[in-house]
Design a protein around this ligand. Structure first.
Ligand SMILES: NC(=O)c1ccc[n+]([C@@H]2O[C@H](COP(=O)([O-])OP(=O)(O)OC[C@H]3O[C@@H](n4cnc5c(N)ncnc54)[C@H](O)[C@@H]3O)[C@@H](O)[C@H]2O)c1
Ligand SMILES: O=P(O)(O)OC[C@@H](O)CO
Ligand SMILES: [Zn+2]
Length: 353
């Protein structure tokens, strides 16, 4: 008898476009959410997005509670949970980059409350996903969390965000190529659960973005539109898979390890992009797609070297040789690279000098 079952948890409403920040009140109404919201944000997103939304709620007689978080940590999640309980709110709204949205998602999961996602940067593919990512001791990777009931992505706000945040989002998408390679490898060698639909969607998303790379340029609202749609599509792939597998392989392990070794130095998307160059080489050797990945990153102004990440070569080698320990996820790194192999691949791909 066939007894398999699955839940694919997706947002009910996805609202993307110019000036849609002012639609948050309507989106809440459409979802029949009542009571007071708690806005989870960080300093700059508070100014550019949260404050105007607060004013819209005040105009209809609702006073949102607001908590400003500085970093992605369990302490920050705890602070949000305590504020939600103290302020007796009914639902949460994450307003900001990946960290603010992840914290809101994880707090919502704990509180069993609805959550809306309002990205202020097209910098990561957690905008839509039902994953939350916060460092946990020596480990760092996403865990299942509350998916957003609605996503409200204002392309005007996203286009005005610093350009490197958008290039980071592009690189997070380009890294899907190697994430899917790792997933297929793990399926062949370890029989891990695999979804052809999620893998195909993830790869297609990267392909469409690369095909449109010429239209991704600073200050263009159309760029924010192209990148945001790709980030959402990648998030949907994760939701279909029920894991981050379609969007996170060894290149993400490398990035998570850099977050520990060189915290706050480079953006998540930029780190996974550079990791993807290396792991594409490990998969396909000299004739593999590593040069295509490097050109794609280069064409959208994303870093392709350790120096461009602002991280020294030795830290990159340390991350490459240790990152397989970060999580129990089979990838091309297997049981790990030794230092000589790591130095060779990083040099051949031009990641280090
Ligand atoms: N949950 C998932 O599925 C998922 C997916 C990808 C990434 N992530 C996580 O997301 C995080 C990376 O996200 P990120 O790169 O956005 O980092 P981030 O949230 O730290 O944002 C980077 C900086 O940009 C600022 N910022 C955001 N919007 C701005 C704007 N409009 N103008 C000026 N500054 C703005 C933020 O305040 C922050 O200082 C990592 O922790 C990563 O693990 C999670
Ligand atoms: O599960 P992790 O490795 O945190 O990946 C989630 C996300 O960064 C994928 O782009
Ligand atoms: Zn990522």
């Amino acid at each position: 008898m066939f007894e398999k079952s699955t839940w694919i948890r997706l947002p009910r409403n996805v609202i993307v476009g110019h000036d849609v920040l002012s639609d948050v009140v309507d989106a809440v109404d459409e979802l029949h959410l009542h009571g007071r919201p708690l806005f989870v944000t960080s300093p700059t997103p508070r100014r550019v997005a949260a404050e105007p939304i607060v004013a819209d709620f005040e105009a209809i007689g609702v006073e949102p509670a607001v908590v400003t978080v500085e970093s992605a940590s369990f302490d920050a999640v705890e602070e949000v949970i305590e504020t939600a309980e103290a302020e007796e709110v009914s639902y949460l709204v994450g307003i900001g980059g990946g960290k603010a949205i992840d914290i809101a998602k994880m707090a919502s999961e704990h509180l069993e409350m609805g959550f809306l996602s309002v990205p202020t940067a097209a910098s990561h593919d957690g905008i839509v996903s039902n994953r939350g990512s916060v460092p946990d001791g020596d480990t760092r990777h996403s865990v299942a969390a509350e998916p957003p009931l609605a996503v409200i992505a204002d392309t005007g706000v996203l286009a005005e965000a610093p350009w490197e945040l958008t290039t980071a989002g592009c690189a997070d998408i380009i890294s899907n190529y190697t994430a899917v390679m790792d997933w297929r490898l793990a399926r062949r060698l370890q029989n891990v659960e695999y979804s052809e639909y999620a893998a195909a969607l993830s790869e297609m998303t990267a392909e469409i973005l690369v095909d449109n790379a010429d239209h991704v340029r600073p200050g263009l609202e159309e760029s924010a539109w192209i990148v945001t749609k790709a980030l959402m599509s990648s998030g949907v792939a994760m939701s279909i898979a029920g894991s981050s597998r379609p969007a996170s392989g060894a290149e993400h392990l490398f990035s998570h390890q850099l977050d520990r070794l060189a915290p706050g130095t480079a953006l998540h998307g930029h780190q996974v992009g550079v990791g993807s160059i290396v792991t594409a080489y490990l998969h396909g050797g000299e004739r593999g797609i590593w040069k295509d990945i490097r050109s794609a990153l280069d064409s959208i102004d994303a870093p392709t070297t350790a120096a461009e990440l602002g991280i020294d070569d030795e830290t990159v080698i340390e991350a490459l040789t240790t990152c397989h320990e970060i999580r129990d996820r089979y990838t091309i790194l297997g049981n790990g690279m030794n230092e000589r192999a790591a130095r060779e691949v990083a040099t051949k791909t031009g990641v280090i000098e």
